[in-house]
Design a binder for this molecule. Structure first.
Ligand code: SF4
Ligand code: SF4
Length: 188
């Protein structure tokens, strides 16, 4: 009988102790919010999902080289002088490379921000977007290129034609060094 009363007392006292803590927290400042209706303000330099502004991207590949997990893939095509659609960059300089492919695999990205740090034109930036869960990994492969497959083929054709003409004019294969360098970059 005594044990029975002791058990009741232990139960009651632990309830009172728990309720005392609960009551205390009713009158202090709240630290939780009603997510997702309410959200904390993100820090200014928060690193969330990336975005590429293609009009600023010159295809230099620096971001892909800097990425520690190889989640960026950049492919480029040299702009043929015969291309009727020449483009001028944000800084007034002519576009030298078409970006035929620009992929970021967010399933691998560790949000280190190195790609944004090395980009010479601030083309790649972190956004404020951090909610983009998906049901399969393939959906995390983001493609930022703006050229359509048909346009890519057309750019390749124009460049091939230009090179063929160059070969006729320079049969010894003395292409300018800058042009040789671009060919190498394409495979980066
Ligand atoms: S944030 Fe880091 S891991 Fe993600 S794409 Fe940029 S360099 Fe790669
Ligand atoms: S570093 Fe910047 S400009 Fe160069 S390829 Fe990457 S996003 Fe484009």
């Amino acid at each position: 009988m005594i044990q029975y009363i002791k058990n009741i007392w232990a139960g009651l006292s632990s309830t009172f102790i728990g309720m005392r803590i609960t009551w205390k927290h009713l009158f202090v400042k709240k630290v939780t919010i009603q997510y997702p209706d309410e959200r904390f303000k993100l820090p200014e330099k928060a690193r969330n999902r990336l975005y590429l502004e293609m009009s600023r991207c010159n295809g230099c590949n620096s971001c892909a080289i800097a990425c520690p997990v190889n989640c960026i893939t950049v492919e480029t095509i040299r702009v043929s002088p015969d291309d009727p659609h020449q483009e001028v960059h944000y800084n007034g300089k002519d576009r030298k490379l078409w970006v035929s492919r620009y992929d970021i695999d967010f399933a691998k990205c560790c949000y280190c921000g190195l790609c944004t740090a090395v980009c010479p034109s601030e083309a790649i930036q972190h956004t404020t977007e951090y909610e983009y869960s998906v049901y399969n990994r393939e959906s995390l492969l983001y493609k930022f290129q703006t050229l359509t497959p048909e346009q890519v083929k057309e750019k390749e054709r124009l460049l091939a034609e230009f090179r063929a003409i160059e070969k006729v004019c320079h049969p010894e294969g003395d292409a300018k060094p800058a042009e040789k360098k671009v060919v190498d970059k394409k495979t980066e």
